[in-house]
Design a binder for this molecule. Structure first.
Ligand code: DX5
Ligand code: ZN
Length: 221
C-alpha cells in the first residue's frame, strides 16, 4: 500500500502557519494533519474551522481534520465548508452522547462529500469501531493519549493496527487507510508500517528535524 506521511501542524509555530504548510508540501508531505482540540475532550485548545479555511488555498495537499472535541456534529459543517478533505471523530466523544452518535456523525460528514474516519484512543479496543468500518474511508488509531505532541509511542498500538488491517481485509476493504498518530519516530516507523498502517502522522519528529525533507523521506521509506 502507498505510505502517506501526514505531518501534524500542532508542532508548527502558529504565528507562521501558512509558511509551515507551504514548507511541508515542498518537503514531500502527503497530507496535512490538523489537530483540533476544544479544551474539554482534551485539555488544550488549538484552533477551529477558520484555520482550515485559511490554509486551504495555500496547499494542494489533502487536509485531515482530527477533531478531538466533544459533540463533533456541531462542527462538521464548519470543517466541511472550510475545505477539509477528511474529518475524523473520536469513538469516545461520540459514545458518551449516544450509541448511534458515531455512525450519525460519519454519515453527516459524508453528506458534505467529505471523507470520514473514526478514531480510537489507546484504551479503546479497535473492535469497538468495527461496526462503522464499512462507512469509514480511514480509521485512526491513537498511539498516545490525545492532547499533546511529543509523547512516547504506546507499543500496544501495533497489535491494534494489525487487527484493524485484518478486519478491513475481511470485509473487502483491504485498501482502507489506517492512520497512526502519536510518538512516531524514524526508529519505530518501520514497525508501525509493517503492522499494517499506511498513513503516518508525525508532529515533533518532523518539526524538530533540521532537514524536514530528509525526515519525511525517511519516514516514508
Ligand atoms: C496528539 C495529536 C497528534 C500529535 C502528534 O493529541 O493528535 O497529532 O500532534 O504529535 P507527535 O508526533 O509529536 O507525537
Ligand atoms: Zn492528531
Amino acid at each position: 500500500m502507498q505510505i502517506k506521511i501526514a505531518p501534524s501542524i500542532l508542532s508548527a509555530d502558529f504565528s507562521a502557519m501558512g509558511e509551515a504548510v507551504k514548507k511541508l508540501e515542498a518537503c514531500g508531505a502527503d497530507i496535512i494533519h490538523c489537530d483540533v482540540m476544544d479544551g474539554s475532550f482534551v485539555e488544550p485548545i488549538t484552533f477551529g474551522g477558520q484555520m482550515v479555511k485559511n490554509i486551504r488555498p495555500l496547499t494542494k495537499l489533502p487536509l485531515d481534520a482530527h477533531l478531538m472535541i466533544k459533540h463533533p456534529k456541531t462542527q462538521i459543517k464548519f470543517f466541511a465548508e472550510a475545505g477539509a478533505d477528511i474529518i475524523t471523530v473520536h469513538y469516545k466523544a461520540c459514545a458518551e452522547i449516544s450509541p448511534n452518535y458515531l455512525e450519525e456523525t460519519l454519515r453527516m460528514i459524508k453528506s458534505y462529500g467529505v471523507k470520514c474516519g473514526a478514531v480510537v484512543n489507546p484504551d479503546v479496543p479497535v473492535e469497538n469501531i468495527f461496526p462503522v468500518f464499512p462507512l469509514c474511508d480511514m480509521v485512526l488509531l491513537m498511539s498516545v493519549y490525545p492532547g499533546y505532541g511529543g509523547q512516547k509511542f504506546i507499543p500496544e498500538t501495533l497489535s491494534k493496527i494489525t487487527a484493524a488491517r485484518e478486519y478491513a481485509a475481511a470485509i473487502g476493504k483491504g485498501d482502507m487507510d489506517i492512520e497512526v498518530d502519536g510518538g512516531v519516530t524514524e526508529e519505530n516507523c518501520a514497525r508501525i508500517k509493517a503492522a499494517g498502517a499506511n498513513v503516518i502522522v508525525a508532529g515533533s519528529t518532523v518539526f524538530r528535524s533540521a532537514d524536514m525533507a530528509a525526515t519525511i523521506a525517511a519516514l516514508k521509506r
